[in-house]
Ligand binder design. Structure first.
Ligand code: DI6
Ligand code: FE
Length: 436
């Protein structure tokens, strides 16, 4: 008979499980039992079942810290070369994001730089970015293509995205975003380009490179009808869809996407009531991207209160990309979701855990601390979970665990994370003065 693998007990933790009915799924004086890459038991240390004790092979103290699920950044464009600093200056001098795109800059300039970079270079760049997110507590990452816009470069970017997950031991979900912008060789022929995008998908799927399909439905992107053709191709392959919808204008893209059972509609500053109702009916997640709103100096707020009232789950992501959101901090996105969009700190944390998992179709295994979920969690040099959305510009993650392995330890070399920096917050963590 095979002996079951030993269990690891992670103890001396105050858990925001994001599971169950209490605020934050709060469990003071808690513990976690992991077996390999899976959480086997989560609860109050005092209630650890006696039958499990003899099977514990290792015990690790989390030092009385706050522990949350590993954070999930469910919308990034992490694979690209070059930067858009000059475009930033142009925008500050009055040019709009749309004007720059229409003049052949914007996404197209990043496409030129990305096409010119080989796979090794793109992987090095993407890994550097992913390590910064990981050091902040991100253990699950969505990565889109969309800066290749030809069959070979799109596949290269998707392979790089897969490579990031393999190199760092974190979960990466890939999204094919060929319908991001019109490449110059298809000028004046957007329908031909959309046919090409649809024709690339079967090979990408056969090579295991794509978990979902996305498009940019907007005035400087593609029409609803063109979006529909991309979605039909995805659906024929059994791939879920999501959409950059209602970012710069209302095209009723969200209702279209919800009709395909979309995982998420993203940006949605110009979302209509019809879109909200369709998303609520389809269980589509509203993906809020406040750092892009901030960086484009947008003024049109997404309809957060209406989404809340309709019961649409709201996620928060970094949207990391060189044009509209060059930051690499999911915690800053959470802070901005509160300050700019008026989410509560608990909604912001749900937006980067449970609801972000749903936006990736991973709700059964990711985004919560519960038995059966993947052993992804973070011990923070913080006391109360609301602090995650409160501090910004700091690195409060003390230990990041992905699949049961410590992938980042603050201040220690040799982990896969970026150079650890300890934050200025009190590191002698103690139980919160007030329970959440
Ligand atoms: N909307 C965005 O904010 C990103 N993509 C999109 O469709 C920006 C992409 C870029 O400007 O490079
Ligand atoms: Fe985006």
């Amino acid at each position: 008979m095979n002996t079951p693998a030993p269990l690891t007990l992670w103890q001396h933790a105050h858990l925001a499980t994001m599971d169950g009915a209490t605020p934050y799924g709060w469990q003071p004086d808690g513990a976690l039992l992991t077996q390999g890459d899976t959480l086997r038991w989560v609860g109050a240390l005092a209630e650890l079942p006696a039958a499990l004790r003899p099977r514990i092979g290792h015990e690790i103290s989390l030092g009385g810290r706050l522990v949350t699920p590993g954070l999930i950044d469910a919308h990034t464009h992490l694979v690209y070369a070059g930067d858009r600093a000059l475009e930033f200056e142009q925008r500050l001098q009055g040019a709009s994001y749309e004007q720059i795109a229409r003049a052949g800059g914007g996404i197209r300039s990043t496409v030129a730089a990305t096409r010119a970079a080989d796979e090794q270079r793109l992987l090095a760049l993407a890994l550097g970015r992913a390590r910064q997110l990981l050091a902040e507590g991100v253990t699950t990452l969505e990565i889109k293509s969309g800066y290749g816009l030809d069959a070979a470069t799109e596949a290269r970017c998707l392979r790089v995205a897969r490579g990031v997950g393999q190199a760092l031991g974190i979960t990466v979900r890939t999204t094919s975003l060929g319908a991001h912008a019109l490449p110059p060789e298809f000028d004046g022929r957007p329908d031909d380009y959309i046919a090409a995008v649809a024709a690339w998908l079967p090979a990408q799927a056969a090579d295991g490179l794509v978990d979902a399909v996305d498009a940019f439905c907007d005035t400087i992107g593609f029409t609803p009808e063109q979006t529909r053709r991309v979605f039909d191709a995805a659906q024929a392959l059994g791939l879920p869809v999501k959409l950059h919808a209602e970012q710069l204008s209302n095209q009723e893209g969200a209702a279209l996407a919800a009709g395909y059972g979309a995982l998420s509609c993203d940006h949605i500053e110009h979302l209509s009531d019809r879109g909200i109702a369709a998303m609520a009916g389809a269980g589509t997640v509203a993906m809020l991207l406040p750092t892009a709103f901030y960086f484009l100096r947008d003024t049109r707020l997404p309809p957060v209160q209406a989404l809340r009232q309709a019961g649409v789950p709201m996620a928060v992501a970094s949207d990391h990309n060189p044009g509209s959101s060059p930051g690499l901090s999911l915690l800053l996105a959470m802070n901005m979701a509160c300050t700019l969009f008026r989410l509560t700190p608990e909604e912001a944390l749900a937006g980067t855990t449970v609801h972000a998992a749903r936006a990736l179709g991973l709700q059964a295994t990711h985004g919560r601390l519960a038995a059966g979920c993947r052993a992804d969690f973070v011990a923070w040099n913080l006391n109360h979970p609301a602090e995650l959305a409160y501090w910004f510009g700091q690195r409060p993650a003390q230990r990041v665990v992905a699949g049961g392995r410590t992938v980042h330890l603050a201040g220690e070399a040799g982990t896969t994370g970026a150079t650890g920096t300890t934050c200025t917050t009190d590191t002698d963590a103690h139980p919160p003065e007030t329970a959440p």
